[in-house]
Design a binder for this molecule. Structure first.
Ligand SMILES: N[C@@H](CCC(=O)N[C@@H](CS)C(=O)NCC(=O)O)C(=O)O
Length: 223
């Protein structure tokens, strides 16, 4: 049986969880509490970088969410989440990488502001982040074009990766309704049971915020 070590609030874990559901695979979910479980020797033996997700398949450990998605696709090719046409495949890879390397990193200052972290009110950083997010969204909107999903008539890995980040933007005070194609695409994803099942609840988000705030206060009082 496949085993996914994950955390319900981790966008990286959620990608894999959604892929497992979309492929209708049987798997066990193991919740990893990120205030220490990930530093335990048993977990470090699976992932020395102490991060979720980790997929364990019959004693074989796979770390790094994008590598796990590729592993699942290669091992369980049906239903396919990757197009074969070179241009469409390039679109999928561009969306995956631009989401991870550009968009998600640009979202961090907005997340810090939402969490009330020290430095989270740095207006210059926030403005730069917003500009970078806007560039990312324009890039994605163009790549989506008139297709229902990135590079395909059906769901792809690109939709899963971007679909775990873009729909969170309104939560960090970046509504994207002026990107009409992305808005319709995001609504399409939200209708899928895989997105509904894996959506973090508002209670979980609130609990996370207050845990992070306590941690920041503790850090400040120790300095
Ligand atoms: N590049 C990794 C990033 C994974 C990652 O950053 N996971 C975070 C949660 S979203 C984590 O486990 N953090 C705990 C830690 O760093 O100790 C991937 O895509 O799997």
């Amino acid at each position: 049986m496949l085993k996914l070590y994950h955390n319900h609030l981790s966008m990286n874990s959620r990608r894999v969880w959604i892929a497992l559901l979309e492929k209708k695979l049987d798997f066990d979910l193991v919740d990893v509490k990120l205030d220490g479980d990930q530093l335990q020797p048993e977990f470090l033996a699976m992932n020395p970088f102490h991060r979720v997700p980790v997929l364990v398949d019959d004693g074989f450990n796979v770390v790094e969410s994008l590598a796990i998605l590729d592993y699942l696709e290669a091992k369980h090719p049906s239903p396919s989440l990757l197009p074969t046409n070179p241009k469409d495949l390039a679109i999928v890879r561009m969306v995956e990488m631009a989401t991870v390397n550009e968009l998600v990193s640009a979202m961090n200052p907005l997340i810090y502001k939402m969490m009330g972290f020290p430095g989270g009110e740095d207006l210059q950083k926030l403005e730069q982040a917003k500009q970078k997010i806007a560039i990312g969204l324009e890039f994605l909107e163009k790549l989506l074009g008139d297709s229902p999903y990135f590079g395909s008539e059906n769901l792809t890995l690109a939709d899963i990766v971007a679909g775990c980040a873009v729909p969170l933007l309104p939560i960090v005070d970046f509504p994207f309704t002026n990107y009409q194609k992305l808005t319709a695409w995001s609504e399409r994803l939200m209708q899928r049971s895989s997105w509904q099942t894996t959506q973090p609840t508002p209670e979980l988000i609130e609990a996370f915020k207050s845990r992070m705030q306590t941690l920041m206060e503790q850090r400040q009082s120790n300095t």
